[in-house]
Design a binder for this molecule. Structure first.
Ligand SMILES: Cc1cc2nc3c(=O)[nH]c(=O)nc-3n(C[C@H](O)[C@H](O)[C@H](O)COP(=O)(O)OP(=O)(O)OC[C@H]3O[C@@H](n4cnc5c(N)ncnc54)[C@H](O)[C@@H]3O)c2cc1C
Length: 188
């Protein structure tokens, strides 16, 4: 999507050539590095969701500011249009729902551990990523052409955060895993 990355928030490919690690610095068993790297994923996903909720809040805030300030006719503003009102209300409801789901998953991680909270982690991963995309998209739409430019942060959010539905398990993988767990109880 033309997002070249760069800076602290981006990703880098690292190659280690002839790298030597002193024995005292080794974490875990030899050859178990991948497992250690993957162990961060469960709790890591909840951090993504919290970040996405913050991005949603900022996008909704921009959406509302634009809606009340953009005159479309004499004394009439975007905020007077029902479609825009719907987007604002739907965004508010969805962000609130996402926040409660994330709090629920966080609470369960605390009391029963990440391994036993896999279903809730899958739910927040695909639910919050979906809400994120919807809210940013609505905010861009309310800004018209301005929303496409880099004068606002919205276009950056859209480019950068589209990956939310792909990394740390694509939507389809989480939904498939969750459905399999639900269906287990129904197997005859
Ligand atoms: C910004 C960014 C950051 C990333 N960070 C990391 C990182 O820190 N660590 C890391 O290990 N990886 C990272 N990744 C890689 C990421 O995990 C993979 O891109 C992701 O797992 C999808 O794999 P893939 O790109 O090979 O696509 P593919 O495996 O080719 O999948 C393509 C599409 O096929 C569908 N699909 C795939 N598998 C299934 C399935 N089982 N059931 C149904 N549908 C399916 C999904 O729609 C998926 O989007 C990152 C990727 C991005 C874009």
């Amino acid at each position: 999507m033309g997002h070249t990355g760069g800076g602290w928030e981006s990703h880098a490919e690292i190659k280690f050539n002839d790298c030597k690690v002193p024995l005292t610095n080794v974490l875990g068993k030899d050859g178990a590095g991948f497992a250690i790297a993957q162990a961060r994923l469960g709790p890591g996903r909840i951090h993504h969701c919290m970040r996405w909720i913050g991005i949603c809040e900022r996008s909704l805030d921009l959406m509302c500011k634009r809606a009340v300030s953009r005159a479309i006719a004499e004394g009439e503003y975007l905020s007077d249009k029902q479609t825009i009102q719907n987007w604002i209300s739907e965004s508010r409801a969805e962000i609130n729902a996402a926040r409660l789901l994330v709090q629920d998953a966080a609470h369960k991680i605390d009391i029963q551990g990440a391994k036993n909270t896999r279903a809730e982690i899958s739910i927040i991963k695909f639910f919050c990523a979906d809400i994120l995309q919807k809210v940013i998209d609505r905010a861009i739409q309310v800004h018209g052409a301005l929303g496409m430019t880099d004068d606002l942060i919205l276009s950056y959010f859209y480019r950068h955060e589209r990956a939310a539905r792909i990394y740390d398990g694509a939507d389809e993988v989480h939904k498939s895993r969750l459905a399999r767990a639900i269906l287990k109880k129904y197997k005859v």
